[in-house]
Write a protein that binds this ligand. Sequence first.
Ligand code: FMN
Length: 194
Amino acid sequence: MEFQEVIRKRRMHRQFDPDRSVPRELVERIVTNGTRAPSAGHSQGWGFLVLESPEDRATFWDVTNRPGQEEATGSPSMHTAPVIIVPFAHKQAYLDRYAEPDKGFPANYEARWRIPHWYVDTAYASMTMLLSVVDAGLGAIFFSVRDPAPLREAFGVPDAFDPIGAIAIGYPVPAQPARRGRKEPDEVVHWGRW
Ligand SMILES: Cc1cc2nc3c(=O)[nH]c(=O)nc-3n(C[C@H](O)[C@H](O)[C@H](O)COP(=O)(O)O)c2cc1C
């Protein structure tokens, strides 16, 4: 697909065809494209949990929607998505990378990071995956995960990895028009002076 068309078509989909699975090679291409994202110091402090089987997906929705959690994860219509990718940020990879000789910071020097780039870079990776989804003729939704602990426990994720959200992917059913309009570039772009 032509790049400008990918950008134009990208939007979040919240409902998926339950009878169409996503071919493995497309899932591999999407998640591999996630690893092409930029990262500070080329730290690549991220990890991606890919869930495809009905059992794993049911477990995901169960552990992220337990009673007592602050807010439900995703709306029920998203539960038909045949693929879920959970992008995790790994802060320690940045602290370790920036303690290497070419960077020269003290070990575990978190104060260096005014912006926590482990989250920024994992978001870049999420965006390359979202664009790859569109390029593959699929749809996706990025949504929040409120409580990481049960998710980590269910899938054996080390505590050092923090989920920045989750991406549900599938063949979208026709979407409702967006409720909130997109801001015009003039409202947010400042040329030369704010
Ligand atoms: C960090 C982040 C968290 C989001 N969380 C949710 C969510 O929990 N549930 C949901 O339905 N949409 C969620 N969205 C989707 C946004 O609502 C959506 O991107 C926005 O309305 C713009 O629409 P568009 O992406 O279709 O252009 C999230 C998006 C981002 C970037």
